[in-house]
Design a protein around this ligand. Sequence first.
Ligand SMILES: NC(=O)c1ccc[n+]([C@@H]2O[C@H](COP(=O)([O-])OP(=O)(O)OC[C@H]3O[C@@H](n4cnc5c(N)ncnc54)[C@H](OP(=O)(O)O)[C@@H]3O)[C@@H](O)[C@H]2O)c1
Length: 331
Amino acid sequence: MSLGWGIIGTGGFAGNATAPAINALGSEGSLVAVVSRDRGRAEAFAKQHGARRAYTGYAELLRDPEVNIVYISTPNAQHAEQAIAAARAGRHVLCEKPLALTVADARRVVEAFEAAGLKLGTHFQTRHHTAFVEVKRLLDRRAIGDVTLVQVEAGAGAGPLRSWRADPALAGLGSINNIAVHPYDLLRYLLGSEVREVMAMTDAGRSAELERMVLALLRFQNGTMAYVNANQKIAHYQPDIDLYGTEGRIVGIDCTRPFRDGELRVVTQAGEQITKHSSRDAVVRSVAAFNDAVRHDREPNPSGLDGLRNAQLTEAVIRSAREGRLVEVAY
Ligand SMILES: NC(=O)c1ccc[n+]([C@@H]2O[C@H](COP(=O)([O-])OP(=O)(O)OC[C@H]3O[C@@H](n4cnc5c(N)ncnc54)[C@H](OP(=O)(O)O)[C@@H]3O)[C@@H](O)[C@H]2O)c1
C-alpha cells in the first residue's frame, strides 16, 4: 500500500530535506498535497516537489482523502494544535521538533493520538544517522562496557536568531529548541535511560531572553553523566560526540548535525576501528522509518512519547538555567 503524505509549512527544512525524502519513498509513499499561508508559495512548492495539490489552510489538507500522513514543519508554537487537528481528522503525524512548547501541550498531543489509535512521530532524525545506528548497536552489545560519560557538541554556526526563531511566542526557546533537543533525544535513545537531574546555563543568564548557547550537565537514571553544548554562537564549532565506557571509547567526528560527512572511531581492547559516515541521508531514513511504522502498524522511532520526554527534559534544562540550580526532571 502506498501512503499519501501532506506537508504543513513549506519552509526551509521541508523543502531541502523532507519533501525530497518523501519523494525517495518510491512505491511506498508519495507527496499528495502541501499547505502554505500564501497561494503562490504553496503552488511553487507543490510544483517543485511534485505534490498533486496546493492549499492555503491546513483544514483543507486534513479533508484531502488521499492524505494519510501529515508532516508538520511550521514554527514550533503551531505544532501542538496542528497535530491534534490531524489526529481528530484521522491522520497519522510526523511532527517536527519540538513536539510542543510545553509539557502540558506535548501530553495533550500524545493523548490525542492514543485516543485516535493513530501513529505519532517526533522528527529527531539523528537517531537514523548511520553513525548512530552503529553506536546504538555497539552500546547494546556492550562493546565499550558501561558508559560512564558522554560529551556532545552541536553547533549551527554563529549568527542571530532570524524570522520566527527570534520571536519567543513562536519559537518558545532559542538554541534549546533549535538544536539541543536533538542531542538530548539522541542520548536518551543511545543510553536507553531517562535523565534524572540537570544543571544548565545559557548565554541569556537567568533572563527570559532567547538563548543562543546552552550548556547542560545531565545525570541519567542509569548513572551515566553527560555534558551537552548546543549553540548558535560559535563560528568554528565542531559537531562531535565522545562516549567513554569502562571497556572502550567511541568518538564520533562531524556526526551530531545534519548534512555532515564524518567518521566514527571505536577504541576497544581489540584496537581502533574507523568507519566513514554521512548524516546526509538521515532524513531519508527517518521518513522511510515513519512510513514503515504506519504501513506495518509499529510504534514509530522516535515516537510521540519521545517528544513528550524531550519536552519534560527541556523544561528542566531551562528551569535550571533560569533559577540557577540543579533540577530533577519531572515525568
Ligand atoms: N529536524 C531537524 O533537523 C530540523 C531542522 C530545521 C528545522 N526543523 C523544524 O522545522 C520547523 C520549521 O523550521 P524551518 O527551518 O523549515 O523554518 P522556515 O524555513 O521558517 O519554515 C517554516 C514555515 O512555516 C510557515 N509558517 C506558518 N506560520 C508562520 C509564521 N507565523 N511565521 C513564519 N512562518 C510561518 C511558513 O510557510 P508559509 O509562509 O509557506 O506558510 C514557513 O515557510 C521548526 O519546527 C523547526 O524546529 C527541524
